[in-house]
Design a protein. Structure first.
Length: 206
């Protein structure tokens, strides 16, 4: 993407499908001192008890989405939105503007020679225009399904529904300036991060 004149620091949008390994890649960049702004972390913060977004979720989806401690019941919400497109869009309407505003605020204060902005749903997001370059973490869909079964999904069918609710692999790759393949070993991923870190530091200095 074209860098906005006078924009500093240089910003790289990191995206990828669920269970593709975005957090692993972000952690490797952080080892090089790169500031990380992670919208997944921000998304959890904006629905903490006492936050306006959680109250709106309660009003829209009911008390079943709130656990006994007053927190968002993520498992219940995940089931609700991945079986109902309208519910998913309603949730996004509540949380996405807040996530976007907090992402921009954190990035403006993070400093660094360049920054990594982690945005799982970068395809179609207004945050795409906020970054100078897009880095996609890519892996085979069967790899994603296996990792989802180890982490979030209860069945293969649920894992496949989760994948289907997101942008396709082809759509993600279509917006990529750079791609990290995460079908192999951690060392293979680390080597790719080392090369890209050098590249982004050069780009940031231009």
């Amino acid at each position: 993407m074209t860098r906005t004149t006078g924009q500093a620091p240089y910003r790289v949008g990191l995206t990828g499908g669920i269970a593709s390994g975005k957090s692993t890649v972000a952690d490797l960049f952080a080892e090089f001192g790169v500031p990380i702004v992670d919208t997944d972390i921000i998304a959890r913060a904006v629905v903490e008890p006492g936050q306006p977004a959680l109250n709106e979720i309660r009003e829209r989806f009911g008390e079943d989405m709130i656990d006994a401690s007053g927190h968002l019941d993520r498992a219940a919400m995940r089931k609700a939105i991945f079986s109902d497109e309208t519910a998913r869009l309603d949730l996004e309407t509540i949380v996405h503007p807040r996530i976007g505003a907090e992402t921009r605020r954190q990035a403006d204060n993070a400093g660094g020679e360049y920054q990594l902005i982690v945005v799982p749903l970068l395809v179609g997001s207004p945050l795409r225009e906020f970054v100078d370059r897009v880095l996609v973490v890519d892996c085979r869909e069967d790899t994603q399904v296996r990792r989802l079964l180890e982490r979030d999904a209860e069945t293969v069918e649920q894992a496949e529904r989760i994948l289907a609710a997101q942008a396709s692999r082809e759509d993600r790759l279509a917006i990529a300036d750079d791609v990290i393949n995460n079908d192999h070993s951690l060392e293979h991923v680390r080597d790719q991060v080392v090369d890209l870190d050098r590249k982004y530091r050069r780009e940031a200095g231009r």
